[in-house]
Design a protein around this ligand. Structure first.
Ligand code: FUL
Length: 689
């Protein structure tokens, strides 16, 4: 080995002796990207005026005085992230409303103009110090789309944004990730100077990973559900694409591109609540453990990093409902990944690369992904076998590639020894930084991983096996049109206990089973928990209902698409949807009128869009009218846009000045997706409480 190459290998931080003997394959990660992938799980914090105004996209004209957290404690955020097992925090330094969480020189819409700490506070200073104290990495989100800045949309704005960036990236210590949001829901078009923005990032923070739809550090995964594709390449084709509306197709974002031009791994962003910002309306809607586990396995388990948003509340704290859930999740993950059963196995492989001290079969189960095993260059199919003296029971398989040398594996299968024969129990595609397979319990003395196809000699750093404890599924609470409540649980044997008085259900609370008659046609709150005989309990499910659509009737709607009749919008079931006729020539606006069957004091309405394969028709612009007689409607009681509904199609709650009415009219004014002329409603509801 030449001295120079050795030095190079050392400089690149690659693994010890002779690593250069394995030729890197394809697009490669930088050292910063490798370190970033190792972080796997970190916190997103959305915080700003929206926290106080119940908005998802502020308009930028909010009075900065609304920003006034009463007990802001960034150390509590950092402590929570640390205890949750997260490795860093990324905060919305500036969201679309333009409000800066630090006293920026380049804006007059900042914490300085707010009521908080008499304008003397600086959230970024407090958070970066707290992250340092707790050993967490610190990252920043800055939205180029700015609905406040007077220069937005003019030739000078790009420099304003660059100055703003420079201020943040030079003022608060090391930044591990720079999050650039591609969203732009406004009418003013501003061509962004991405080269300028990137140069500011790299000048100040050469190790920062830059997030956008096209990286260059990491990429948006194509949805806000936190779920990557089962096939997930960390490489992406970016030529011809730009961040935001000009981004690559959703499938590429979700699955990457095999042999893509650049190393741009997926980051899965999702909020622990339905919205990105805190709202008191969502205190009871923190995602369940079952849901969060699906997200964890769908992101970290599929070669993606998970950035989980935990919105800070109006006090300036992480709400106890969110932190409790994070700790419950941590307990489950710790119990799952405590005992690596692969460590007790004798590991063998069919093809091991020779004459390379860095390559060892023993590295496969040594518990670290900084060492590896590999085949010789001609062997792109191979098998790794774990053999046990006594049978082991497992239900999770973790595989990791040594990504510093590129992503290589294209297909693999898993077999176990059963009755003297090998039986295939899984067949999958990519691995990347980490792949976790969820399997039923298997008891066996031999597990084999067959690499069926690879771009080049597989370089695997880890094979791990675990036995995850059973987790009781969170109960699901639903209510039908008439107001009858149903509570189910996906786990087999538990007893479900519930309350309707707001108290925590315990084993002494009433039992819910198929004979239970529970009806809440006028609304109410149901809390439920599942219990096993041994005392184990699920996490808490809560559902708050308003008036049921028992007496409601559709009095006017557009022609409906086949199997999607108008009644589905008010049947209490969000799985059935009303879609206007997709073949029809009728274009926006679409109108929908309902007779509530009685006069109610209305304080707002709710809209759940139709999502899922081949549905769409998500409404963006809306008007909402009320009437006492179904004839005189007057001016709309509410109108506007459902902010961020395209990427995050969750229930929308719109409040308006209380009014007594028997008839309601929802007008879909503009679509979220300009290519879709039809409107869809999974459920329309009213707010009376
Ligand atoms: C989106 C934004 O529009 C949302 O408000 C949120 O910040 C999310 C993380 O990114 O593009």
């Amino acid at each position: 080995m030449k001295k120079k190459t050795l030095l190079l290998a050392g400089l690149l931080g690659f693994n010890i002796a002779m690593a250069q003997e394995i030729k890197p394959y394809g697009s490669l990660p930088s050292k910063a990207q490798v370190a970033w992938n190792d972080m796997e799980y970190y916190m997103f914090i959305h915080f700003g005026p929206n926290t106080f105004t119940n908005k998802e996209w502020g308009h930028g004209d909010e009075d900065p005085k609304v920003f006034n957290p009463t007990h802001l404690d960034a150390r509590q955020w950092a402590r929570t992230a640390k205890l949750a097992g997260m490795k860093g925090i990324v905060i919305t330094a500036k969201h679309h409303d333009g409000f800066c969480l630090w006293p920026s020189k380049y804006s007059t819409h900042t914490v300085r103009e707010s009521a908080w700490k008499d304008g003397k506070g600086d959230v970024l200073a407090e958070l970066s110090a707290a992250c340092k104290e707790y050993g967490l990495k610190f990252g920043v989100y800055l939205s180029p789309w700015d609905r406040n800045h007077p220069e937005y949309g003019t030739a000078t704005y790009n420099q304003v944004f660059a100055n703003t960036l420079n201020e943040v990236l030079s003022g608060y210590g090391p930044v591990f990730e720079q999050w650039f949001d591609g969203a732009n829901g406004g009418n003013i078009k501003q061509p962004y100077d991405w080269n300028l923005f990137h140069s500011v990032v790299y000048k100040n923070q050469p190790n920062a990973v830059i997030f956008s739809d096209v990286g260059p550090g990491c990429r948006w995964v194509g949805n806000e559900n936190g779920i990557a594709g089962t096939t997930n390449w960390s490489t992406l084709n970016v030529k011809g694409f730009t961040p935001g509306a000009g981004g690559p197709p959703t499938k590429s974002l979700n699955e990457g591109n095999e042999d893509g031009e650049q190393w741009i791994p997926a980051e899965c962003d999702v909020s622990i609540r339905p919205g990105w910002f805190y709202s008191p309306d969502t205190n009871d809607k923190v995602k369940s453990i079952s849901h969060l586990l699906d997200i964890y396995y769908g992101s970290v388990g599929r070669n993606g990093n998970l950035i989980l948003n935990v919105p800070v509340d109006r006090e300036g704290l992480i709400h106890p409902n969110d932190s409790t859930r994070l700790m419950e999740l941590r307990r489950v993950l710790d119990a799952t990944f405590k005992n690596n059963l692969a460590k007790q196995a004798v590991v063998t492989a069919t093809h091991t690369r020779s004459n390379n001290a860095a390559v060892q079969v023993a590295h496969l189960n040594d518990g670290t992904n900084s060492t590896y095993w590999a085949t010789s260059d001609d062997a792109t199919t191979t098998a790794i076998t774990l053999t046990y003296k006594k049978p082991v029971t497992f239900n999770r398989l973790v595989l990791q590639e040594y990504i510093a040398l590129g992503q290589r594996v294209k297909a693999f299968s898993v077999e176990i020894l059963e009755n003297g024969k090998m039986k295939e129990v899984a067949r999958e595609t990519t691995i990347g930084h980490k792949r976790i397979l969820l399997l039923p319990d298997y008891t066996t003395t031999q597990v084999r991983i067959n690499i069926l196809d690879a771009k080049a000699a597989p370089v695997i750093s880890e094979v791990q096996l675990y036995k995850a404890p059973g987790v009781l599924a969170t109960p699901e609470i639903s209510r039908d049109k008439a107001g009858h409540i149903n509570i189910t649980c996906a786990s087999a044997d538990p007893v479900i206990h519930f309350t309707t008085d707001g108290s925590m259900p315990g084993v002494k609370s009433p039992v819910f089973n198929k004979n239970t008659q529970l009806s809440l046609p006028r609304g109410g709150t149901v809390k439920a928990k599942a219990f096993l005989k041994n005392g184990n309990a699920s996490d808490l499910a809560t559902a708050a209902f308003d008036v049921a659509p028992a007496k409601w009737q559709v009095i006017q709607a557009d022609a409906a698409a086949k199997d999607h009749e108008a009644g589905a919008a008010i049947d209490g079931n969000k799985a059935t949807v009303y879609l206007t006729d997709r073949q029809a020539t009728a274009k926006y606006p679409h109108e929908f009128q309902v007779d509530l069957g009685e006069t109610l004091s209305l304080k707002g309405f709710t809209y759940i869009p139709a999502t899922g394969e081949s549905l769409g028709g998500i409404v963006y612009g809306y008007e909402f009218y009320t009437s006492a007689d179904g004839k005189n409607w007057g001016k709309p009681v509410a109108s506007g846009q459902f902010a961020n509904i395209k990427n995050s199609p969750v229930q929308q709650n719109v409040a308006f000045k209380a009014t007594a009415a028997r008839y309601i009219r929802f007008v879909a004014v503009a679509p979220a997706d300009a290519a879709q002329d039809w409107a869809g409603i999974a459920e329309l509801g009213v707010i009376t409480r």
